[in-house]
Design a protein around this ligand. Structure first.
Ligand SMILES: [Zn+2]
Length: 392
């Protein structure tokens, strides 16, 4: 018979285990949409800034935030890198650039769809730019949008190899039956962006040391999440998305516990700061949740860069009278930043008189022209059924 002493120890052990299970099974904390007020966001930034005062302390915090994103997104450890099995086809030549339709497999059987814009008549090796997109829906949404085509073509005409790729359930992914409301959307999209860098770096004419990424709205979220977790990104331009009070309204942005756990709180301004000291431009407007960027988010991010002595590497272009989106003016803010930091060649594109980048050579294509698969190039039989759970 065990004596009372041992019974007591065993009871304490069992109770402790049960409490640990309780903690494990407690619901995750999600910070979604307008999770907090603008005033609460300012207070949160003050609390977060008080946790570090020098570079080693920031690096320690940055590592913890990065780890929390990966754990929350179910990407820790990172999945095995399986063969991408890329399909690149149907090259169309235009003035100064070409477009091809591409697909690759971030995971076996799970396809990513995109278009590859390449410079014509410029010697390599070329820098590469990833262009994720936001939540503009419809048969011409996502990567098929005209404003997305303008920016990809114009970057290519200045010497970049540009990959424009669908979110899950948009564009060609939607066409093949995938729903954006997939419970793994955040995981799948972040992993697709990581594998998109692998795909670009596998090209012999791409300089793998010059990798840019830019997107707007939900594509802005993908931009700063990718930059936060993958140090191969060397320059980033998140557009109208970095906000300390708004966390993204879609599950693919904030439907997993990447922002807050019982031990660490963060927000998208701090996640953007994880880019430091790599060059980063925040583009913001008065007409959405980035309206406070010049006085709230940008100073927070800039302070982190100053710890590296690299304050000049981060910038903010703010349009107080403009609305949400990646329209002409916002693209005009992005181009010179990419030109400078990716060493693009703006000759023949930048007009010295108007001080604008010419986009008029862009040929806007139809969805059918941009798709990878058609009657003569059928959808692979090995592809996962739409809306399957994807094994990692
Ligand atoms: Zn989404």
């Amino acid at each position: 018979m065990p004596n009372a002493h041992w019974i007591g120890i065993i009871a304490i052990f069992v109770i402790t285990q049960l409490h640990a299970q309780d903690r494990d099974q407690s619901p995750p904390i999600l910070c979604q949409g307008n999770y907090q007020s603008e005033a609460a966001a300012v207070e949160q930034l003050t609390r977060m800034a008080a946790t570090y005062s020098n570079l080693p302390e920031w690096k320690e915090r940055a590592a913890a935030v990065r780890k929390q994103i990966l754990v929350g997104a179910k990407l820790d450890p990172l999945p095995k890198r399986t063969p991408l099995n890329p399909i690149v086809r149907n090259k169309r030549d235009f003035v100064g650039y070409s477009v091809e339709s591409v697909a690759f497999e971030p995971l076996p059987g799970f396809l990513a769809y995109g278009n590859l814009y390449r410079p014509l008549g410029k010697p390599g090796p070329h820098p590469a730019v990833l262009c994720p997109h936001g939540h503009a829906r419809g048969p011409s949404g996502g990567r098929l949008r005209a404003d997305q085509q303008y920016r990809c073509a114009t970057l290519a005409r200045m010497g970049a190899v540009v990959l424009s790729y669908d979110m899950i359930g948009f564009g060609e992914s939607l066409y093949h039956g995938w729903d954006h409301q997939h419970k793994q959307a955040l995981t799948l999209q972040t992993w697709t962006s990581i594998r998109a860098i692998d795909f670009l770096q596998s090209m012999p004419d791409v300089d793998g040391e010059r990798i840019g990424v830019t997107g707007c709205s939900g594509g802005g979220t993908q931009t700063f999440l990718l930059t936060a977790v993958d140090d191969r990104v060397t320059v980033s331009v998140p557009v109208v998305m970095v906000s300390a009070h708004f966390f993204g309204g879609c599950d693919c942005e904030s439907g997993m516990p990447i922002h807050k756990t019982r031990v660490l709180e963060t927000n998208n301004a701090e996640i953007a700061a994880l880019a430091a000291p790599r060059p980063q431009l925040l583009v913001s407007v008065g007409g959405d949740w980035t309206k406070n960027t010049p006085v709230v988010e940008y100073p927070y991010v800039r302070n982190v860069y100053s710890l590296f002595g690299e304050q000049a590497q981060v910038g903010n272009v703010h349009y107080p009278g403009r609305e949400h989106g990646y329209q002409f003016l916002k693209r005009q803010a992005m181009y010179p930043f990419m030109v400078k930091h990716l060493k693009l060649d703006q000759k023949g594109v930048f007009n010295e008189e108007t001080e604008l980048y010419d986009e008029t050579q862009t040929v806007i294509e139809t969805p059918k022209q941009m798709y990878v698969f058609d009657e003569s190039h059928p959808y692979p039989a090995t592809a996962l059924k739409p809306n399957s759970s994807v094994d990692f």
